[in-house]
Design a binder for this molecule. Sequence first.
Ligand code: KG4
Ligand code: ZN
Length: 379
Amino acid sequence: MKILSIETSCDETAIALVEVSISNSSIHTHIIQSELFSQIDIHKEFGGVFPVVAKREHAIHLPLLLEKILKQQTLTSKKASSETFQEIETILSREQGLFEKIQILLETYGAPDIDMIAVTQGPGLEPALWVGISFAKSLSLAWGIPLIGTNHMKGHIFSVLLNQTNVEFPALALLISGGHTELVEMNSISDFTIIGKTKDDAIGESYDKVARMLGLEYPGGPKIAELASQARQSGLGSDSISFPRPMIHTKDLDFSFSGLKTAALYKIREFEFLEDKTKMHIAHEFEEAVIDVILHKLKKALTQKTYRTLIISGGVIANSYLRNRIQNLANTLTTPLLLPNISDSTDNAQMIAVAGAIESIDKKPSINPSILAEGNLSY
Ligand code: KG4
Ligand code: ZN
């Protein structure tokens, strides 16, 4: 099955073309083309993602990314009729300027040879999600290709199938991204139960907030990781900086990171001027605290039940030090660990194609279906 997938849930505009074949025992994926425009440089100025700006940028970049794909693929001569264009104009009535751009694209190029379109339906920023959904509906209608709304978190979970061919059940997935920190038990490809989650900030969010306090640019995850790594390399340690490991000893599988953020804030306030060395110490201690908690809760979850696969995914798993620590833990376990490639860890469209293919087993895709953006979509 060849899938065109579209992701616009936050600040990455992404479109991919992915071949997915599902058999009883395995799932094979092949990324034919993947295009991504990161809005990070635009949001940096605001210190975080502004939904209205994200929406505007998605509307600018979706047609540009699609054109890159259409230019490289073999196309059929299928063209939309004038009645179809009228319907598309209605679908895009809230997306200023997008109809004109799509119309030019559809008149210039034929249709790609695809079986399905998958678009992120949620969770995410609703104004941002809507642009992707309306764009996907327009293409579905113009080309007569079935469309499916896909769950972004399932996309992160199944991102591991971009470099692996099998998930054995029951599986345990730890999702660590900018908006989510949750442990999910999966008893089949379509059976998800959240068994633990953050009570306040998500891990990526707390990286970003502490980074901001340290005067580092958005998104702060990679910046903190870099400072922490410098601290490790230079053998720096500081006895005067130590942060709590929130909820590490609670019996449940829940997390809390807002106290850690507050501890970092109080520490930062002790300094009149933050030297680079101090920033390195704080970043290092923050990262150690976060990782200690993650590993502890993972171990706890793994003692409560026998899982046949452990998946860790979401943007924060792009962190190489965390990957090493988790790999070390996995070497002591019998449960096989699956991690996405670093390049598939943060938001992308290829993971949406894989999740769309899997979701289409239970939820039939159709041409121009009614899909509502759901900011808080759960499993
Ligand atoms: O999955 P993702 O791309 O978007 C959401 O669905 O939220 O995750 C983005 C989050 C951001 O908070 C970012 O700071 C964090 O992932 N992140 C990292 C690293 N790379 C991205 N956090 C720690 N270390 C990294 N190397
Ligand atoms: Zn994400």
